[in-house]
Design a protein around this ligand. Sequence first.
Ligand code: OOG
Ligand code: MG
Length: 263
Amino acid sequence: MSGISKQQMDECAKLTIAAEDAHQAMPQLIHTFPDLTFEEAYAIQDIRTKLRVEQGFNAIGYKMGLTSKAKQQMLGRTEPTYGRLFNYMPLDENEPLEFKNHIQPKVETEIAFVMKDSLRGQDIDIDTVLKATDYIVASLEIIDSRYIDFKFSSQDGIADNISASRIKLGNKKISPYDTDLAELGIKININGTDIATGKGSAVLDHPANAVIMLVKMLHREGKFLEAGQIVMTGAVTAAYKLSVGDNVTATFDTLGKLTLAVV
Ligand code: OOG
Ligand code: MG
């Protein structure tokens, strides 16, 4: 324990929410609380979730972070983390990203799972995850760190809901048994230039491993993954900075195309 009080944790949670809502970057929490532990950081995230629910938002799922080499190299660390998704995050198919409502948005390509059954415990494998999955969709994640210059420690990131900001889900739903998710190829093009390619195996060898990791992390905290929840399994490619006027097209094998205009 770093000695941070419950009241200080409440204040940290309120600060990252205020920064998100005002689109105004803030200093890292670690500057004030240099010994902040991972446990305390998740406790701040939990308070943040409670505050969002009190504001009337629903928690609709989870996002995994740092599940691919591309993202681990970007942030210089290898420990996967999770954050919460809320019902203010999904963008409709043709809905643009309004830059003025963000601080420093970046876009990622991800494979998303939607669960039909709950999952809990330590004893789950890829098969258990696929059986509990309703469908798989293509997705874009827009991350937007609330910290100045997108610089933060792991603990800061966790307390800030690991930069969660918006998601866009594809409307082509497939059964997890209808395609080899490890071999599923993804290409991202920004303003007419192909920026990167990747495939599902970039995420912990198979994106279902990100769901397994999430369920195990939740279990250690006495929680579980509920039926109906969405799980973003983490960026296959790196995250790319967005500016006004950008047009993003992500092409997923089997799952179709997603586009995002930044206005
Ligand atoms: C943390 C969020 C990472 C992913 O897909 O790896 C993430 C960040 O890079 O700000 O969403
Ligand atoms: Mg992500």
